[in-house]
Design a protein around this ligand. Structure first.
Ligand code: F6P
Length: 536
């Protein structure tokens, strides 16, 4: 497509222009911001100018984003390698109807939702009890999409917690399940085994450990287990009664599943009413994404900023920096959402991708990151586009002065990244501190900030359930748009399979029941050394 070349040419022609120069236009900030739902996205501190934006919008149009978007919302099988529809949006659609192949999809999701909410109410009101009384603690056992969404959201919405304490176990490392279970009372703990497939080795191994822990003290351990899965035969074989099994269809991908039964820990923690506000925030973003023209479409513009930085400017990574301690698990959540979706090297038809896959996503909350990796963001030789997330208000009126400090830090960082500090300014500073001559020059050079480092700021009023729903749906649709523009299937994840297969094959080698024929010398030597240490 020529638009890619046009974008590359435009970037080459404008790359040396200082970001600050764009603000000679008094309308720069408002003209390169977009408001929708609960959000303001300011992307004026990027190199995108009117021409770049027009080209990027033509790229989205030419890539068929609009048609693909409609295909997703109406249940077409856009996950082509698995022959599945992609309908996580149905989980938060509490009003409309959606018929796919003559089947009313929403009737089933709403029936499951009603069962989930009834169970959550029964537990929260003490009608569903453990064998030692009211349930005080819930342990969710799951990994990937069956862990990251609820773990992140439970932490994010701490001010709304009125239910049992929620804990999360994901790693096959027994240290985690041991540490989580140690302080808990099996008689007042509910264990949720969350696994779409109910075969994931980490989850099934941890579930067995939790059952053994429970069985040591509780007469009927299975009575304090619930399952979130689409495989009812396997949940039954594990011994979990059907009334505590909550299923979801294959058209909900793991990393898009927090809106349904996988969100059970969140619903238990904050209650069905707040959970509904979480769904409503996402549904509002869905409606905006589906209806707004590309040029006024928040997820589309966020995607285009991503494409500009990753594909056109060649920045390999992007940092997600929530200035919101309660979003400390958001970067990990987005790592799965973005990298499992768009970390692909072939196009939908299997041909080699003519460009890089989606970016590497990483991050930490501010202000903590400022005292760690921000050094590299400001003065390293590589440029990392930064995506700030910021609430105008916190939840603690008595700590409002701290919230203002947080806000000031966030705005200061994006300003510093853009503005930088010149050698002349640094020299002046050193002279003012009494230095002169070579030492002044040397010290000044260490204090130069090149600036021109792009960032976006996503501003929202306060981290409510509604706002959190909107943030997550915004990122889901951004990933979708970037995937469509790259021409890849964002909804499969074949790249996780090989490691799983090899781990299974290595287990007997480590146990000494297989000699490991065919293994490379490095892997075999490590396995043998581990066996020798363990046998000692
Ligand atoms: O291995 C990757 C993956 O399939 C993710 O896509 C998924 O979220 C995770 O494993 C957990 O899968 P399940 O819910 O089936 O246990």
């Amino acid at each position: 497509m020529n638009i890619w070349n046009d974008l590359a040419r435009h970037h080459a022609a404008t790359a040396s222009r200082p970001l600050l120069a764009l603000f000679d236009d008094p309308a720069r900030a408002s003209g390169f911001s977009i408001e929708a739902c609960d959000f303001l996205l300011d992307y004026s501190k990027t190199g995108i100018d009117a021409e770049a934006r027009a080209l990027l919008l033509s790229l989205a149009e030419a890539s068929g984003v609009e048609a693909r978007r409609e295909a997703m919302f109406t249940g077409a099988a856009i996950n082509e390698t698995e022959g599945r529809a992609v309908l996580h949006t149905a989980l938060r659609n509490m009003q409309g109807r959606l018929e796919v192949a003559g089947y009313e999809v929403l009737a089933e999701t709403r029936a499951t939702y009603a069962r989930l909410a009834a169970f959550a109410r029964a537990l929260r009101e003490g009608r569903f009890r453990g064998q030692g009384g009211v349930i005080t603690d819930v342990v969710n056992i799951g990994i990937g999409g069956s862990d990251l969404g609820p773990a992140m959201a439970v932490l994010a919405l701490a001010p709304y917690h009125t239910g049992p304490r929620c804990h999360f176990v994901s790693n096959v490392d027994g240290a985690q399940v041991a540490d989580v279970l140690r302080p808990l009372d099996p008689e007042t703990t509910l264990v949720i085994v969350a696994s779409k497939t109910f075969t994931t080795i980490e989850t099934m191994t941890n579930a067995a450990a939790a059952r053994a822990w429970m069985a040591a003290k509780v007469a009927d351990p299975a009575a304090q287990f619930a399952a979130v899965s689409s495989d009812l035969d396997r949940t039954a074989a594990f011994g979990i009664a059907p009334e505590r099994v909550f299923g979801f269809a294959d058209w909900v991908g793991g990393r898009f599943s927090v809106w349904g039964p996988v969100g059970l820990p969140l619903m238990l923690a904050i209650g069905p009413a707040h959970f509904e506000a979480f769904l409503a925030g996402a549904a509002e973003m869905d409606a905006h994404f589906r209806a707004a023209p590309l040029a006024r479409n928040l997820p589309v513009l966020l995607a285009l900023v991503g494409v500009w930085h990753n594909q056109i400017c060649g920045y390999a990574t992007r940092a997600v920096l929530p200035y919101e301690q309660r979003l400390s698990r958001l970067p990990a959540y987005l790592q799965q959402l973005e990298m499992e979706s768009n970390g692909k090297r072939v196009a939908m038809d299997g041909s080699d991708l003519p460009r890089h896959s989606g970016p590497i996503v990483w991050g930490e909350p501010g202000t903590n990151g400022q005292h760690a990796f921000f050094q590299l963001l400001h003065q390293g030789t590589r440029i990392v586009p930064c995506e700030f997330l910021l609430a105008a208000e916190g939840h603690e009126p008595w700590l409002d002065h701290q919230h203002l400090l947080l806000v000031a830090n966030c705005l200061a960082q994006s300003e510093a990244l853009m503005r930088g500090r010149s050698l002349a300014e640094a020299t002046q500073l050193m002279q003012a501190s009494g230095l002169s001559g070579d030492e002044c020059d040397r010290q000044a050079r260490h204090r130069v900030f090149p600036g021109n480092r792009p960032s976006t700021t996503l501003l929202y009023p306060r981290l409510t359930p509604h706002v959190l729903g909107g943030i997550l749906a915004l990122y889901e649709h951004r990933v979708f748009c970037e995937g469509v523009i790259l021409g890849i299937n964002s909804f499969d994840q074949w790249g996780v399979e090989l490691g799983k297969e090899l781990a299974l094959a290595l287990a007997p080698v480590l146990a000494g029941t297989d000699a490991g024929g065919g293994k490379d010398a490095s892997t075999l030597a490590l396995a043998n050394r581990i066996r020798a240490i363990r046998d000692h």
